[in-house]
Ligand binder design. Structure first.
Ligand SMILES: [Zn+2]
Ligand SMILES: [Zn+2]
Length: 311
C-alpha cells in the first residue's frame, strides 16, 4: 500500500477480472512489463483515500479501473481523440501495478463510475473484455451478419450488444468445444460451430478474440466483399501467408488497440440501456494461478474474476 499521488486514488480491491492479456504478460509475450509486476486491469473497488487534486471520486465510492492507465495528453494521437494510440501510454497491470491485490492506486482521470445495477464481480469483466469488445464492435461496422471467433469473456458481452443492435451473431469456438457453442447459443447466437467450419451464411464482418493468427485467412474466407476482419487481441500468433483473392473485393484486416476514455463513457451508457449480463466464475485472489491456468485451458465460461478475502 502507498499513499495516492495528487491525481490518484487508493482503492480497496473488491474484484479483478482475469483477462487473456494477463496470460500474455505472465508468459512474457509482451515487451517491457514493469519489474515485479502485479497484473490485473479489470479492477472494481472502493476508494479508501484520495490525492490532493482529486475531485471526481470520494472516499467510500465505488470505482472501476481499466487497462488504459495514463497518457501523455500532448502527442498527435492524444490531441486527435486517439489516446488509445498514445506513444507514451501506460497500462494497468502491465506498466503500472494492477488489481491482483488487496489494494491498488490508480490515476483517477482514467477511472470509470460503474453502473449500480452490477455487483462488483459482475462489473469487473466490463472493464476490459466489455470495453475492448465494444471498440471492436464499432470497428466491425453495423452489417447484419457478425462472426465472433473465440467465445470467451469479451465475446459473451459483445454478442449481447450486437444482438441489441439487431445483428445476427455467428459464434466460432475451438473445434470440439461443444460447451462453448452451447453457451453462445444460450446468449442468442443464430449459429455456433467450430472455427474450421464454413458458416451457413457469408459474414459482413468478423472479430477475432482468439489470439490465433491462422484464423485471419479463415475469417477472411468467411467474410463477404467489403467486410472487415478485426483482430481484437493485444497479441496473436503469426498470420500465415494466404492468397490475395481472400483479401480482394475490398475486404480489410485491422487490429484494435486499447481504449479511449470516450469509448468507456459510450460503453457504460450502452451497458445500462441493454442490460448486458455478465457470466462470471469467481476465484479467491490466492487462486490467481489456478484462474490463469483454467483460462489457458479454455475451461472458463464467461469471465474469471479474482476476489480478495475480506478479513
Ligand atoms: Zn484485458
Ligand atoms: Zn499521447
Amino acid at each position: 500500500m502507498r499513499e495516492p499521488n495528487a491525481n490518484e486514488v487508493l482503492i480497496r480491491v473488491h474484484a479483478c477480472g482475469v483477462c487473456r492479456t494477463d496470460l500474455h504478460i505472465v508468459d512474457g509475450e509482451l515487451s517491457d512489463p514493469k519489474d515485479h509486476l502485479i497484473p490485473g486491469h479489470e479492477i472494481v473497488g472502493i476508494v479508501e483515500a484520495v490525492g490532493s487534486e482529486v475531485s471526481r471520486f470520494h472516499r467510500g465510492e465505488r470505482v472501476g479501473v481499466p487497462w488504459l492507465g495514463s497518457t501523455c495528453g500532448a502527442c498527435e494521437y492524444c490531441r486527435s481523440g486517439r489516446e488509445n494510440l498514445c506513444d507514451k501510454a501506460r497500462f494497468t497491470g502491465y506498466q503500472i501495478d494492477g488489481g491482483y491485490a488487496d489494494y491498488v492506486t490508480a490515476d483517477v482521470r482514467y477511472c470509470f463510475k460503474l453502473p449500480a445495477s452490477y455487483s462488483d464481480i459482475e462489473a469487473a469483466p466490463l472493464l476490459c473484455a466489455g470495453l475492448i469488445g465494444y471498440r471492436a464492435l464499432k470497428l466491425a461496422g453495423s452489417g447484419r451478419r457478425l462472426g465472433l471467433y473465440g467465445f470467451g469473456a469479451a465475446a459473451h458481452i459483445a454478442i449481447q450488444i450486437a444482438r441489441h443492435r439487431g445483428q445476427d451473431v455467428f459464434a466460432f469456438t475451438k473445434p470440439g468445444d461443444l460447451a462453448g457453442q452451447a453457451f453462445a447459443r444460450s446468449l442468442g447466437a443464430v449459429w455456433a460451430g467450430a472455427s474450421d467450419v464454413v458458416p451457413p451464411e457469408q459474414l459482413d464482418a468478423a472479430i477475432l478474440f482468439a489470439p490465433v493468427g491462422s484464423l485471419v485467412p479463415t475469417a477472411l474466407a468467411a467474410t463477404s466483399k467489403g467486410g472487415a476482419v478485426v483482430c481484437a487481441g493485444i497479441h496473436m500468433s503469426d498470420i500465415p501467408s494466404f492468397p490475395y483473392h481472400l483479401l480482394w473485393g475490398e475486404r480489410s484486416i485491422r487490429s484494435v488497440a486499447n481504449l479511449t476514455r470516450s469509448d468507456g463513457d459510450e460503453f457504460f451508457a450502452i451497458v445500462e440501456q441493454t442490460q448486458v449480463r455478465t457470466t462470471v466464475q469467481p476465484f479467491a485472489l490466492a487462486a490467481a494461478n489456478e484462474a490463469l491456468a483454467q483460462l489457458r485451458q479454455g475451461k472458463v465460461e464467461g469471465a474469471a474474476v479474482l476476489v480478495p478475502s475480506r478479513d
